[in-house]
Design a protein around this ligand. Sequence first.
Ligand code: ARG
Length: 563
Amino acid sequence: MKTKIAKLIAAQVPDLTESDIEGLMEIPPKPELGDFAFPCFRLAKTMRKAPQVIASEVAAAIGDVDFLSEIKVEGAYLNFFVKKDTFVEGLVKEMLADDYGSSKEGEGKTICIDYSSPNVAKNFHVGHLRTTIIGNSLYKIHEKLGYHVERINHIGDWGTQFGKLIVAYKNWGSEEAVKKEGVAELMRLYVKFHDEAEKDPSLNDEARSWFARMEQGDEEALSIWQWFKDISLEEFMKTYKLLGIEFDHFTGESFYRNMTDDVIKRISDAGLLTESDGAKIVDLSAYDMAPCLIVKNDGSSIYATRDLAAIFYRKENYNFTKCLYVTGQEQKLHFAQVFKVIELLGNEWAPEALVHIPYGLVSLSGEKLSTRSGNIIYAEDILLEAISKIKEIIEEKNPDLPNKDEVARQVGVGAVLFNDLYNQRIKDVSFKWDKLLNFAGETGPYVQYTHARCASILRGLEGFTPSEDIDYSVLTTPAAVDLLKEISRFPKVVSDAAERYEPFVVARFAVDVAQAFNKFYDADRINVEDESVRNARATLVHITRKTINDAMALLGIECPDQM
Ligand code: ARG
C-alpha cells in the first residue's frame, strides 16, 4: 500500500524518486489523520512554493484513486485514507503465504556463524547457553532471509590445558572415575593439577611435554585426549537435544592444528612476525592494540593462531560473505586482534566480513538452583529446572493434557530462551523464575499460550479452512486492523533483526502480536452464527497463529497447539 501511494506521489513530484518518497512517508499517530502521511516541507525549496500549496496541488493532481477513500490536506501534510477493505485484503493475501516474512535478500550469500563452542573437559555453563541461543536464533533469522548458513561449533578441544589434564589423569585419576563422573571428574582433575603444580612446578614441564606430544601426533597422548573429548561431547549433546539445536560442523580448535604452520608462514612472509621474549607476535601498536600472540615461547600454538587458520579455512571452503562470532564481551580484544591480522595480510574483505557479536552476563542473583557438586552451574540444570517447574504448573492446571512431557520441555525451554532473547544481547540476563515462567507477562509462556489459544479456537471451528475468499469488510474493525498492522511488520522485523544481529527485535514483535490478538479476541467474537463473519475472523486467527509460530521459530522456540 505504501509503495502504491509513493508511486502516485512520485508521478506528481519530479525531484524525488519513489523510494525517497517511501522513506519520507509516515504513519500518522492517530487514525483520524489517515493511514499514511507525506510531509511536503522538503519540496518547498525545489518547487519554489509554500509546502501547504504543494500539498493541495499534489492532492488535486492525484485525484480519485480506486484504493483510496480520501486524500486530505492538513497544513503541509498529505494524509491518505486507504479504503479499509482493500487495504485489509492486500495485507491478508500477503500474510496467507506460507513463506510470509521471508525474503530473497540473502540469496546466493553464505554466512558462517561460529557459536556455542563449549570447552572439552569443562562444563557447558550458562555463558555457553547464551551463545548457543543467540547463535541459533541468528541462524534461523538469516535462513529466513534466504542466506545459506554454515553452523559451526568451534569446540575448545586443543591447547596446553590438555597436557595438564593428561598429567593429572595419569597421577590422580582412574578410568572408572572418568567413566562414572564424566566432565565433573575431568574438572576435578584439572583443579587438582593446579593445586599440585603449585607445590611441584616441574609438573608444568611435564604437562608441556604431553601437549607437545599431542601436537606431534603421539598416539598415546591423542587417544587419551580423544577419550576426554568424546565424553565431553556426549554431555554437550544432551543440552543440544533439550534445546533442539543442531550444527553443520563440529570443527573444534583441533581441526585446525595442522593448518597453523601455514598461517605462521603467511604472517612471516608478509614481514609481520616479530620475536618478543622468545614468543612470536604480530605487533599491533599502530592500531592501539596489544600484540597478537602467534607462537608461545615454548613453541606451542595458541587459540588466536587456530582462529586465524579457521578464517582462511572457512573463506576457502565456504566462501562466506560474513563470518559471525558469538561470544562473551571478554573476547572483544581477541577478535579485534585476529581480524586485524587477517586484514594486514592483504584481505580487504576482513573488516566488513568478520563480525564479533558479544553479549552480556547471566546473573542468577538470589535465585536458588539445584546445582551439582562444587556450585558449578550447568546449562542443562537450568533447562531441566525450568521444564520441571512448568510440568508442575501443567499438573496443577491441566492434568489431562496429552503429551505433557513434550509440552513441558517446549514451554520450559521456551521460557529460558525467550528470557534470554527479549532484551538487547549486550544487556545482562537475570534469572527470576517467577518472572520468566509467568503466563501473563512479556514471556515465552505468554506468547506460547496465545498461540495455543489460537489453535484451540481453530480446532473448535469445524469445517473451517483459511481462504482468500472472505468478506474483507469484516476485518475493518479497529481491533482487527490493529492486529493486521502489527502482523504486517513481520518482514521488516526479520530483516532488521538480521541487520542488527538482534533477535530481541523478533521477540518483541511476538509479544506485540500476541497482545494485539488478545485485544482482538476480546473485542470481536469469532465463533458467531454468520458464516461470512466467522470465516473472515477465523482466517485472521489462522494468520495470527502461523505468524506467532514462525516468529517464535526464529528464536528457536517451539509452540505447542495445546498447553
Ligand atoms: N571455546 C571458547 C570459549 O568457551 C569460545 C570459542 C569461540 N569461537 C572462536 N572461533 N574463537 O570461550
